[in-house]
Design a protein. Structure first.
Length: 162
């Protein structure tokens, strides 16, 4: 692969490849600025996903210019350690964007617990007696925000189904 070699990818980007740096070369799209890392050899054992992401990080590549696959790999260790919301705060990015790029990576699954209608009703009843979101949520071992959502929906519709 020669320095600044041009090639067209199947996604309609027009990449210019920089000089090889070790096992990797950086490819920049002339149209949109998207950046990808390309391995300099197909049969080299050093060309792994983690080494590719490490190359991009060490090259000073702006996160915003990465392709979706590279963003996902870049985020993987952060999302698995901190979750999507904390990662979004760390990177100063919208939670919705981080969530789309990192879908399925978090060790904190979204809406992982399903509660029966009877359990939701009991929780709402308990709250109406005690008037304490924190106490009832702690007692029932559910997130406070979940209890608040149920109470709000019940107040609006008068039913626990949703």
């Amino acid at each position: 692969m020669s320095p600044s070699q041009n090639f067209k990818s199947n996604c309609h980007h027009y990449f210019v490849i920089d000089s090889p740096q070790g096992y990797w070369s950086k490819a920049n799209c002339k149209k949109c600025g998207l950046i990808k890392a390309l391995g300099n050899s197909d049969d080299n054992p050093h060309i792994t996903e983690s080494s590719r992401i490490e190359f991009l990080k060490n090259s000073g590549v702006d996160f915003n210019n990465l392709c979706a696959k590279d963003k996902r790999e870049w985020l993987k260790p952060y999302v698995q350690k901190y979750g999507i919301q904390q990662t979004a705060r760390l990177l100063n990015k919208p939670t919705s964007s981080i969530g789309k790029w990192a879908e399925g990576l978090s060790r904190f699954p979204r809406n992982s617990q399903k509660y029966s209608k009877e359990f939701r009703f009991q929780a709402i009843l308990e709250y109406t007696i005690k008037k304490n979101f924190y106490g009832v949520a702690k007692q029932l071992q559910i997130p406070r925000s979940t209890l608040q959502s149920w109470v709000r929906k019940y107040a609006i519709s008068g039913t626990t189904t949703s």
